[in-house]
Design a protein around this ligand. Structure first.
Ligand code: HMG
Ligand code: MG
Length: 305
């Protein structure tokens, strides 16, 4: 193991979207702005800002337009993105000047229906229109395939179905597809098998791992992914996170835990861990509850250093 580690990996921060969509309380827009500024100040260069989804379905992110006016989404050296489920969301993204969007679909029919009220095929048909509009507007598109490690409604999922969907997302123009362990049930050998399957047919830069840490296995799965050749990882400050349509999905992999581990292995991220830790304090103060991340709780260094 660990014979072909990279010098550098890319961290994709999802807390303003995946984190805040799952908070019971609605966080005021100016507090979201504070969090985003703290995240950007740490050196993160890819941040998922919000979602252009139905405000009835996800009221926590109903302020997407206002947030886009408060954040320098084009000129800051950070690539900002936002989730977009359909053409209405795409029109909102274009109107806001978003440089990148994320389209999302599940490998589980039941989870997909609960998440976007459409079958998988209907969702893919919607994406044809969304991606055509994105191409015309010069907007980059990233894709997600959720519930690849397991579904809260259907149980085990055949990863080959997820791979077929990922191919369709790539054909539609996604520069990268993020593979989601939406409910955090993945374990390392399963991760090795899924990643190897995907890397037989897709290039490493075409996939990312989006691991939820619901059962404490996210970091172990990321290390396996790294060893298999993945170089892009999604994470969320302090371990904020979840999916409102996936019961039990609480807690993305904490960005501080990921960065601490990568730096300790000699792998660069371009992120200043001390400033990242400070961003975690901001996140905790704006949601008003203790966050689960380990480095967030223990600090960056031991008392002796
Ligand atoms: P629907 O109710 O079937 O939509 O919802 P509809 O097309 O029938 O429209 C109904 C109403 O919603 C209409 O308004 C539309 O205008 C409006 P009305 O006439 O009733 O006033 N509407 C919209 N409004 C604003 N923006 C839009 C939009 N679209 C329709 N884009 C819909 C379908 C997809 C909209 C809905 O199901 C939805 O918004 N779902 C949100 C799902 C979501 O955000 N889930 C969490 C993100 S996914 C995730 O967390 C997983 C991930 O992290 C990866 C992983 O962990 O694996 C990415
Ligand atoms: Mg997620």
């Amino acid at each position: 193991m660990f014979e072909s580690l990279p010098d550098r990996v890319s961290v994709y921060e999802v807390s303003p979207r995946d984190g805040l969509q799952n908070e019971t309380a609605i966080v005021p827009t100016t507090k979201k702005q504070r969090l985003i500024e703290a995240l950007a100040a740490s050196g993160l260069t890819r941040i998922e800002l919000t979602s252009f989804v139905s405000p009835k379905w996800v009221p926590q992110l109903a302020d997407a337009e206002e947030l886009c006016t408060l954040v320098d989404i084009k000129g800051s050296g950070v690539a900002y993105s936002a989730l977009c489920p359909n053409i209405k969301g795409m029109e909102r993204a274009i109107a806001c000047g978003m440089p990148e969007i994320g389209i999302f679909i599940s490998a589980s029919e039941t989870h997909n229906k609960k998440n976007v009220n459409k079958t998988i095929d209907e969702t893919l048909a919607t994406f044809v229109e969304v991606c055509a509009a994105a191409k015309q507007a010069g907007i980059k598109v990233r894709g997600y395939v959720s519930t690849l490690w397991g579904c809260p409604f259907e149980g085990a999922i055949d990863p080959r179905r997820g791979l077929q969907i990922a191919h369709q997302l790539v054909e539609l123009g996604c520069y990268q597809v993020s593979l989601g362990d939406t409910i955090g049930v993945g374990t390392p050998l399963q991760t090795r098998d899924i990643v190897r399957l995907f890397l037989k047919e897709l290039r490493p830069e075409q996939i990312a791992l989006h691991m939820h840490d619901t059962r404490g296995t996210a970091l172990a799965n990321v290390i396996v992914g790294l060893e298999c050749g993945v170089r892009d990882f999604d994470a969320s400050i302090g371990g904020l996170g979840g999916c409102p349509y996936a019961p039990g999905a609480a807690g993305n992999l904490a960005t501080e835990d990921l960065v601490f581990t990568l730096h300790g292995m000699g792998i660069q991220t371009g992120i200043d861990l001390d400033r990242l830790w400070e961003a975690g304090r901001v996140a905790e103060s704006i949601v008003g509850r203790a966050l689960p991340g380990k480095v967030h709780k223990a600090g960056v260094r031991s008392l002796r250093s």
